[in-house]
Design a protein around this ligand. Sequence first.
Ligand code: 13P
Length: 255
Amino acid sequence: MRQKFVAGNWKMNLTLPEAQALTSEIVHMLHDELLSPAAPQVVICPPFPLLSAVGHLIGDSGNPALGAQNFHQKESGAYTGEVSAKMLHSVGCQYVILGHSERRQHFREDDELLSQKLKTALAAGLRPIFCVGESLETREADETFAFIGKQLKDGLFHLSNEEFEKVVIAYEPIWAIGTGKTASSQQAQEVHAFIREQIAGAYDAQAAANTSILYGGSANAQNARELFGQPDVDGGLIGGASLKSRDFVEIIKSF
Ligand code: 13P
């Protein structure tokens, strides 16, 4: 059985006191629920300066786990202002988001860079949450599957079977991110099923069956249950709604 996930991507939001208040509320509202074997794996991904404080508040039960939003592809060295994967691991991160459309778009992260980052993350003991997703133009041109197939092939499928086992995939249609326009559960399901088929082709049926594929893009407490009810949707990567404790907890309870 593959793992269910709800990951919160805080993006560039919240100060330290705000992050502490939000984390305490989430931890308080969930009580011991996340210790049940049926619970989804929750991952909280704050900005760098807040990682340690949030990590301290979520504790070391493993659920919730701590994740980061980015790092530099080199292991260490003279890269002023950058953060390494090893540093993230050393402050308690277990996951890192990679290939988010905001980083592809605003920071020009391409498949080659993402391939290097994947290797660096895995070598440092971080599990990548690898994002793919099409723009509205691509969808309207009926090129969604070709586009996502290429993102997977060029960015991800160079990993060995053993490396690939550590990867979580997130399908985030760009037109749904922060827009309030969620993909319908049918649109999400058909892309998730396509991603699973591609994994089966690149690796094998076992790898396809075991890989968690999350949906992201205006997911919220109202639509999570229907999205998570789709056979190939294994959870969500949540932006805006992860900044509100009640909404985030409702999403977690949607399974
Ligand atoms: P929203 O949930 O705010 O649309 O953001 C989704 C996202 O980009 C998560 O990584």
